[in-house]
Design a protein around this ligand. Structure first.
Ligand SMILES: Cc1cc2nc3c(=O)[nH]c(=O)nc-3n(C[C@H](O)[C@H](O)[C@H](O)COP(=O)(O)O)c2cc1C
Length: 190
């Protein structure tokens, strides 16, 4: 059973990468396989709306999405993290999300039934993290996936980091709790 973590920041070793990797460590501690992808070192172009994928379930754009498609197909659980950029998700992550439309077109939804968990990292306490979580969860729902909260004892909308991830103790508790929750959900569902 595999849980894939995607960090949607253009910064290689930033807060989002830290939080997603920490979540994956907790998932690994629960006995599941993990895989980490950062968009900081990937070239993912924009969807052009050509709809060629409707017939083929493949994208005509030849870039770094190809291995990401395969990882998304392989995983049972998906943790997606984004920095808050102007109150919203990063452009890098939105490009990836749009490119996944091929999983929905021309056949059964390929990501349906997988379980998703969201992480948002911002510089400020109320800098837009909840909105970013909602965007990521909307992406999961569009793929007919299941969405988990950060579980008990807090059980809100996912994990949020404020400022430097490694110093945000409360934020890291939400990351750990979210990770335990997606591990438990993946085990139950698969
Ligand atoms: C273009 C840009 C826009 C940002 N907008 C916000 C914002 O609206 N709210 C916020 O809390 N932080 C904002 N930030 C700060 C980042 O979200 C924050 O530093 C985050 O931890 C970065 O994650 P990273 O280290 O993974 O890149 C912004 C940063 C950049 C570069």
């Amino acid at each position: 059973m595999l849980v894939l973590g995607i960090a949607g920041s253009p910064r290689l070793n930033g807060n989002t990468a830290y939080a997603v990797q920490r979540a994956l460590e907790v998932v690994a501690g629960e006995g599941l396989e993990t895989e980490f992808i950062t968009l900081a070192d990937r070239n993912v172009g924009y969807c052009t709306g050509c709809y060629a994928c409707r017939a083929t379930h493949a994208c005509v754009i030849d870039d770094d999405m190809s291995p990401i498609y395969e990882a998304l197909r392989r995983c049972d659980g998906l943790i997606v993290g984004s920095p808050v950029y102007m109150g919203l998700i990063s452009a890098q992550l939105k490009a990836l999300m749009d490119r996944t439309i091929l999983f929905r077109l021309g056949g059964p939804f390929e990501l349906a039934g997988k379980v998703g968990a969201a992480i948002a990292c911002g510089a400020f306490r109320n800098g837009g993290q909840e909105r970013v979580l909602a965007d990521i969860q909307t992406f999961f729902l569009e793929h007919d996936m299941f969405v988990v909260s950060d579980g008990q004892p807090f059980s809100h909308f996912g994990a949020t980091i404020c400022g430097l991830a490694e110093q945000d103790e409360l934020g890291l508790r939400t990351v750990d709790s979210l990770a335990r929750r997606i591990a438990a959900a993946a085990k139950r569902l698969h």
